[in-house]
Design a protein around this ligand. Structure first.
Ligand code: ZN
Length: 159
């Protein structure tokens, strides 16, 4: 249907044609955790976004919009989540607050570091209208400085 050997003008037309068929979707998910640190499986909400978008083939980006929270993919297994908590507390313990240069007016240096370790975002392929996961893969919101309203962005592009 689309030819690669078109002229510059034709190339522009081809781009416009792509714009007509490409869908784009954006949504913010809000979280307000009870505890300072929590892991929440947000796969069902992300799958709802995908269904709403109508995209069958494409890419889904999901990222925390705050620098003290993460989005990551792993197993939904409570023992593993406890292991993450233990690892993160070893690498960047919350207390004493005074051990961090960042903690002048704030007390969340550990949360910034934990966020960087666990990552900002995930990208998942969309195939046949489904998230194209490997075995046991689930999407998690990792909160490291909670008890306040925070956002996650879901962006989907495709057709
Ligand atoms: Zn801070």
């Amino acid at each position: 249907m689309l030819e690669s050997n078109q002229s510059t003008a034709g190339g522009f037309k081809l781009f416009r044609k792509c714009q007509n068929i490409m869908k784009s979707y954006r949504k913010e998910l809000w979280f307000n955790t009870k505890h300072r640190r929590e892991f929440i499986n947000i796969t069902p909400q992300v799958e709802e976004c995908l269904a709403e978008s109508g995209v069958k083939e494409g890419l889904l980006l999901c990222n925390a919009m705050h620098i003290t929270a993460s989005i990551f993919i792993n197993d939904d297994e409570p023992g593993l989540h406890q292991d993450f908590e233990t690892l993160l507390e070893k690498l960047a313990p919350e207390k004493p607050y005074s051990q961090y240069h960042h903690n002048g007016f704030e007390d969340n240096a550990d949360a910034h570091l934990k966020r960087t370790i666990m990552g900002r975002e995930v990208v998942v392929a969309i195939t046949n209208g489904k998230l194209d996961f490997g075995p046991w893969e689930q999407i998690f919101y990792g909160e490291f400085d909670g008890k306040r309203k925070k956002r996650v962005l879901v962006k989907i592009i495709g057709e």
